[in-house]
Design a protein around this ligand. Structure first.
Ligand SMILES: [Zn+2]
Length: 174
């Protein structure tokens, strides 16, 4: 089932999510609803559909056997913990389901380690790089009530961003 998204200005986006104690049928259903809601996008955190639980889903960009980039199948991370961010950073353009048609250049570490549970309750630990690291960091931020606009550092463009955000708040929170 596709669920309504919380857009910028919605109080849920600023709530710190709580750990999941047990992977129940509710969590399994929630995950499949999140995947459906994510659609063609590449990442979603539970807060974005109004559930303050530490759960994120990403769809990695992978290469198929013709060397074309395609969106791979969804990966689920429950109670993620990030550690060991690389000192080296990079700037990439990011978007967010909660900010329709807004794209911002955001600086983040190139590499990070994620430890989490999968849907079967197994511990997974991965060192992730590049775009996947970015997807995970962006979604993990959501779980802490942090949004990508908070990490936008271009002082000259901040003025324009403020104006865009003001309009967005009005449009999506009637
Ligand atoms: Zn987002």
């Amino acid at each position: 089932m596709k669920l309504p998204i919380c857009y910028y200005g919605h109080e849920n986006l600023r709530k710190k999510a709580k750990p999941i104690k047990e992977i129940t049928k509710y969590i399994e259903d929630l995950v499949s609803n999140m995947i459906e809601t994510m659609g063609e996008d590449v990442g979603i955190a539970a807060n974005q559909i109004g559930v303050a639980l530490r759960l994120l889903v990403i769809a990695p960009i992978i290469k198929n056997n013709k060397s074309e980039y395609i969106i791979g199948s969804a990966e689920v991370y429950i109670n993620p913990k990030l550690s060991e961010p690389s000192a080296e950073t990079e700037i990439m353009s990011e978007g967010c389901l909660s900010f329709p048609s807004l794209h911002l250049d955001i600086e983040r570490p190139k590499e990070i380690t994620i430890e989490a549970l999968n849907l079967k309750g197994q511990v997974i630990k991965e060192v992730v790089k590049g775009f996947k690291a970015r997807q995970i960091m962006h979604e993990n931020d959501h779980l802490n009530g942090v949004l990508f606009i908070d990490r936008f550092k271009d002082e000259k463009k901040k003025f324009y961003l403020e104006r865009i955000l003001k309009k967005m708040k009005k449009k999506y929170n009637k």
